[in-house]
Design a protein around this ligand. Structure first.
Ligand SMILES: Nc1ncnc2c1ncn2[C@@H]1O[C@H](COP(=O)(O)OP(=O)(O)O)[C@@H](O)[C@H]1O
Ligand SMILES: [Mg+2]
Length: 496
């Protein structure tokens, strides 16, 4: 059995093979190339490696006719102060490579490689400043890089919580990081580097300082009108078209995962949380097949049908509905009623038809919420909708208010803050910790389809509080943390 202190990446294929591969890697045409000059290489036996040329491109270090895939291998930077030299050590489970050169030169290679590799000693590189948010699996903090005082954010996973279903949890983490590494878009969260120590994984990203879209909606801090919603939807469709072009489905578009860069501008938004994202699979087999959040997930996922990129368009349609009408798309006086409406795509069409926005806005929203994925536009098609071309004069300047969200309606609040994941997986342990009864109930639910759940009359959704222990700071609770909780569950692996 593996020890708790083992690396979460040690069973990754790239750690378990020889460091060097023969030949040239398969690199997408046009990827930026960084030539390495004035450096020395030393292999595992500390022998100097002679070479004609060396360069970095995509996730590879290429030296003559062999290469290293940098993905998830360990990296350490060391200084040799007397000689004004520095050394970068790269290694997997078997081999290592040392790159030695001037401090500046090694600094540049280090800056390139840190997106792909895993480093140690997070705490000697960063100072934790403030808790920014909590999700279902991790906490996010504002941090300061000690070397240059730059501000970033870090998402911290507690490895001890990944112990149950370890293999699945590790794969899920690898996937989240792998997908984030591919992202380079103005409206998508940007990964910087990854650290690991005995107990935690640290994913360093750019800081998004404006708060979750959900808290702006909830607090009604800023008044906004249709033109702002239009910019926001445009930016997010652009982000979706970008990820879909790379064959990635996000699967958890909801206002908690849409984070503002600037709190004064709701349209300056970033798509975050790739925890449920995956590469599209033609055969419908995913690490997690059923996933999403109640009130935002596309009906075809709830109905266990084959699904594709259009599920993200649907979820963004729900966010758009909320922003245009000031109300939730799926009504219901209980969670299971909402689930029922969500499963059959029964949105409150009357509300959309009667809100004070342009016909074009209503039309696009309706199209994005089309129950039939074949009739629903792709992100690329949606971005060409006439709504984005109409003259500002024809756009309603009516202030949209969230006041009409019936706060007192039972069940309404918890799905507005839809942290509510749909299928349990990672959280099983915490739920079982808190109550054996509930554990049994939850486990039963795990293998059932939503339809079976809806048909099962005595089924009662539990309301246990999912307990995330406080690791660092007892800060003011984030919106996500106030959610009553895990009524239904987040992830369920692909069905056999
Ligand atoms: N880069 C960031 N800057 C600021 N806050 C962030 C950042 N990333 C995440 N957050 C906050 O932390 C919350 C949880 O992060 P998220 O990635 O969604 O985790 P989870 O997968 O656990 O839901 C977000 O909803 C948001 O409030
Ligand atoms: Mg999240």
């Amino acid at each position: 059995m593996r020890q708790k202190s083992d690396s979460c990446f040690s069973s990754h294929s790239n750690r378990q093979d020889t460091l060097w591969k023969k030949g040239y890697p398969n690199i997408q045409y046009g990827a930026q190339l960084v030539t390495l000059n004035g450096v020395k290489f030393k292999d595992t036996q500390k022998q100097i490696l002679q070479f004609k040329f060396a360069y970095l491109q995509s996730k590879y270090l290429v030296v003559d006719q062999k290469y290293i895939n940098l993905e998830n291998i360990q990296m350490k930077r060391m200084m040799v102060p007397q000689q004004n030299l520095a050394c970068l050590k790269l290694n997997n489970n078997f081999d290592s490579l040392e790159i030695i050169g001037s401090v500046i030169c090694i600094g540049e290679i280090y800056d390139y490689c840190k997106l792909y590799t895993i480093q140690e000693n997070f705490e000697s590189h960063y100072q934790i400043l403030k808790l920014m948010g909590k999700g279902s699996f991790a906490k996010v903090f504002k941090i300061r890089q000690i070397e240059n005082q730059q501000i970033y954010a870090v998402k911290i996973f507690n490895k001890n919580k990944m112990f149950d279903n370890e293999e699945e949890n590790q794969k899920s983490l690898w996937k989240e990081i792998q997908i984030m590494r591919l992202m380079n878009h103005k409206h998508i969260i940007k990964l910087r580097e990854v650290y690991e120590d005995n107990n935690k994984i640290y994913i360093v990203t750019d800081l998004l300082n404006g708060g979750e879209l959900i808290s702006h909606i909830e607090k009604q801090i800023k008044v906004y009108d249709e033109s702002l919603v239009r910019k926001l939807v445009y930016n997010l469709l652009d982000a979706l078209a970008y990820i879909h072009e790379r064959k990635i489905i996000h699967r958890d578009i909801k206002p908690e995962n849409l984070i503002l860069k600037d709190e004064n501008d709701i349209s300056n938004i970033s798509l975050a949380d790739f925890g449920l994202a995956d590469f599209y699979q033609n055969d419908g087999q995913y690490l997690f097949k059923r996933c999403g959040s109640l009130g935002y997930v596309a009906p075809e996922i709830l109905q266990d049908q084959h699904y594709d990129f259009k599920v993200d368009v649907y979820s963004l349609g729900i966010v758009m509905f909320l922003l245009l009408t000031g109300e939730q798309a799926f009504k219901g006086s209980s969670t299971s009623e909402v689930l029922q409406n969500n499963t059959y795509g029964k949105i409150d069409a009357y509300k959309l038809a009667h809100c004070h926005v342009s016909l074009e806005a209503k039309d696009l929203c309706q199209q994005m919420l089309n129950f039939d994925p074949n009739q629903r536009p792709t992100a690329e098609q949606a971005i060409k909708h006439p709504w984005f071309k109409v003259d500002n004069k024809h756009i309603s300047l009516h202030t949209i208010s969230m006041n009409r969200i019936p706060q007192n309606l039972k069940g309404q609040k918890e799905f507005l803050f839809s942290l509510t994941p749909l299928w349990v997986n990672k959280s099983l342990r915490s739920i079982s910790d808190s109550s054996d009864n509930l554990c049994a109930q939850t486990l039963n639910v795990r293998d059932r389809t939503i339809k079976e759940i809806l048909d099962y009359h005595h089924f009662k959704l539990d309301s246990t509080v999912y307990d995330l222990e406080d690791d660092y700071i007892d800060e003011q609770e984030s919106v996500a943390n106030r959610i009553e909780n895990h009524k239904l569950l987040v992830k369920q692996r692909s069905l056999p």
